[in-house]
Design a protein around this ligand. Structure first.
Ligand SMILES: [Zn+2]
Length: 345
């Protein structure tokens, strides 16, 4: 999925997810010695953003609970809940589409990082700590990373920087090496299923499998429209000789520009999960992500060369990493679908 592009946290403030409470308490217990720059990492769809926002809220809280979590009632918590806290800065989706004027002028978000570094030097409005969150941090490149470097090297007192990323390997090493690492809490299979059921998802186990166990991604996927779209794509992938590559790719064009990227993101996830399942089927293992297509996967697995499949999977991964960049979803999908069809020739 493509990350949100809002400049401020969406209200209402996302609560700590059930699997995040104990790790948040453990992290905040070390508050006195916490590094001023933290790199919070983990796979997409497990709630890293909610975790980072709640750690920030706790750091800013003016009367934290005995377990160091935010009280939820002090002026600082109230400002945070309405996304108006003057000492909390969210920098989201720094590098982005080239379509808007602002982004054309500053495609790599260098100006926004400079704003952050200036903000970091200001005195705290509420007389306490200040926290900035950069999300997703893999959108930092060498230029915007250099702009951030000085703040990381000499962080102003009581100022914290939380970098949130599911692809930390793409963050310049000069930045990574100056951060403390925090593995974002992951739910157990039971916790993920229970949470998803509590959100009203009835076939939680099947949808969690589709989402690779990531509950927030599963919640998005559970939308009937996405389930229907997945059915269309997977049925087409199951019959490569008749694959309607152009028509399938054209389905991405349906709506607004932002939604096209979401659609490409979902399509890439389906292709990735499908090819991973094909590799499992070729090795005689049952599919993990698409058990509802087990028969088709096993039949196809017998007809594909493992090396070609592996190369194709890597190509998909590279493309997945680029999905937030300016690109033409329809053309990307077309070329990937043609390449998929060629695997079976
Ligand atoms: Zn509070």
């Amino acid at each position: 999925m493509v990350e949100e592009a809002d400049p401020v946290p969406a209200a209402p403030w996302p609560e700590l997810l059930p699997w995040q409470a104990a790790p948040a308490v453990a992290l905040l217990a070390k508050r006195a010695t916490l590094p001023h720059a933290l790199l919070i990492t983990g796979p997409g769809g497990i709630g890293k953003r909610a975790f980072a926002l709640n750690v920030a809220r706790a750091l800013l809280c003016e009367s934290p609970r005995s377990d160091a979590l935010a009280c939820g009632a002090c002026p600082s918590c109230t400002y945070a809940a309405s996304a108006q806290h003057p000492d909390l800065l969210m920098v989201q989706r720094i590098e982005a589409d080239a379509d808007t004027e602002e982004k054309k002028k500053d495609p790599y978000g260098v100006d926004r990082i400079r704003e952050l570094t200036e903000w970091a030097t200001l005195t705290s409005h509420r007389g306490g700590r200040k926290v900035a969150i950069v999300y997703p941090a893999e959108s930092l490149n060498v230029s915007s990373g250099n702009a951030l470097l000085k703040t990381l090297e000499e962080p102003p007192p009581d100022t914290y920087l939380l970098l949130v990323s599911h692809q930390p390997g793409r963050i310049p090493a000069t930045l990574r090496s100056r951060c403390g690492f925090v593995a974002a809490p992951r739910p157990s299979a039971d916790e993920a299923r229970q949470w998803l059921q509590a959100q009203g998802v009835t076939d939680a186990t099947a949808i969690l499998a589709q989402a690779g166990g990531a509950p927030l991604r599963a919640l998005a996927l559970a939308e009937p429209a996405w389930q229907e779209e997945r059915g269309v794509w997977l049925a087409a992938l199951a019959k490569p000789s008749a694959l309607p590559a152009v028509a399938l790719a054209a389905r991405l064009e349906a709506r607004q520009r932002e939604e096209r990227k979401d659609r490409l993101g979902f399509a890439l996830d389906w292709l990735l999960a499908w090819t991973a399942d094909l590799a499992r089927a070729a090795a005689g293992a049952p599919p993990l992500r698409n058990p509802d297509f087990a028969d088709a996967l096993h039949a196809l697995a017998a007809t594909v060369a493992p090396v070609a499949l592996f190369r194709y999977h890597r190509l998909l991964l590279r493309q997945r990493a680029l999905v937030a960049h300016p690109l033409q979803p329809k053309l990307v999908a077309e070329s990937l679908l043609f390449a998929y069809r060629d695997l079976f020739r």
